[in-house]
Design a protein around this ligand. Structure first.
Ligand code: ZN
Length: 308
């Protein structure tokens, strides 16, 4: 029952100091989602054991090159591998036009692409499958930009096995009980659902916030999230510059994590002017202690609060 985030690229703008531009892979119960696709993302997938053929949805935050220049190479490789399954790509407007022109002149694909445009001004459900729901998170950047909140769907309640035995409950009645129904015994007595079941473990969640200036409403949109990735392009030495370029400092990222009551903060999208990242970590931890540096290849897991 995995909920696992692999960072494929954690730098901003340029690849530098062993850090590639933005890209991440999220594995929720063996369903695989790609988030942004900067240059070299597929190289990182090979290095870090992310199986690109398993990805069925790509979520692109915005159309700056450091978040999309890896996409055509990634799609092209899938075609070379003979993929036939469709790929869905969620992004702000404009990406479809750019990709289709590029593919028209560089060779087609062996599989259909389906583009879904995101309204970057709204916080709303944009995707769901049997496992997760994904919501857009309006961000404040120099072009239309959306973050993403991924949340597991609510699970059914868990049967208490000893109750099945005690009340001789037939198996055909179990799905209804797991959905919340009471059980009526042959003598007419009603056994309340709370006696027969345990609540399911809490759904796990991940919020991706890149790129953005400090934007306090993000904290309420990502309230209680288990994992929060928030861009931290700058340290406090460039605090004045951050909003002018539509970016945040590590301390501002930590402030959002604190206000949101996040479980853990992951920093990333570092400006290439910083070789060492120690200052990012120190400044963020002063505000939100459970902060970690995002680095290419790092994996963050959210365990279930208990086994099912
Ligand atoms: Zn950007």
């Amino acid at each position: 029952m995995r909920f696992e985030l692999t960072l494929l690229g954690t730098n901003s703008a340029l690849p530098a100091f062993g850090r590639f531009p933005s890209s991440q892979a999220l594995n929720v119960q063996e369903n695989h989602y790609l988030i942004d696709c900067g240059e070299g993302a597929q190289i990182r997938m090979s290095e870090f054991g992310v199986r690109r053929s398993r990805i069925r949805q790509v979520f692109i935050s915005h159309l700056h090159g450091d978040h999309v220049y890896g996409l055509t190479g990634f799609l092209s490789s899938l075609a070379l591998l003979g993929r036939e399954e469709p790929m869905e790509i969620y992004s702000p407007p404009g990406l479809e036009e750019a990709i289709r022109v590029f593919l028209k002149h560089t060779g087609g694909l062996s599989f259909p692409l389906r583009f879904i445009e995101i309204d970057t001004g709204r916080h709303q459900l944009i995707f769901e499958d049997g496992i997760i729901e994904a919501y857009s998170l309006p961000l404040v950047h120099r072009v239309p930009t959306s973050g993403f909140l991924f949340r597991e769907k609510e699970r059914p309640r868990n049967m208490r096995p000893e109750k099945i035995e005690a009340y001789h409950i037939p198996y055909r009645d179990i799905p209804a009980i797991k959905s919340g129904a009471d059980y009526v015994l042959p003598n007419g007595r009603r056994v309340p659902n709370e006696e027969l079941t345990l609540p399911p473990p809490a759904p796990r969640s991940y919020a991706y916030c890149s790129d953005t200036a400090f934007h306090e409403p993000l904290a309420s949109m990502a309230r209680g999230v288990n994992l929060l990735y928030h861009e931290s392009t700058f340290c406090e030495d460039l605090r004045e510059q951050a909003p002018l370029t539509g970016h945040s400092t590590a301390r501002q990222a930590a402030e959002i994590a604190r206000l949101a009551g996040a479980g853990k903060l992951i920093l990333g999208h570092y400006s290439s002017r910083y070789k060492s990242l120690e200052t990012f970590l120190r400044e963020a931890r002063e505000v939100f202690p459970n902060t970690e540096l995002g680095l290419d290849g790092k994996v963050f897991e959210v365990p279930l609060e208990r086994e099912i």
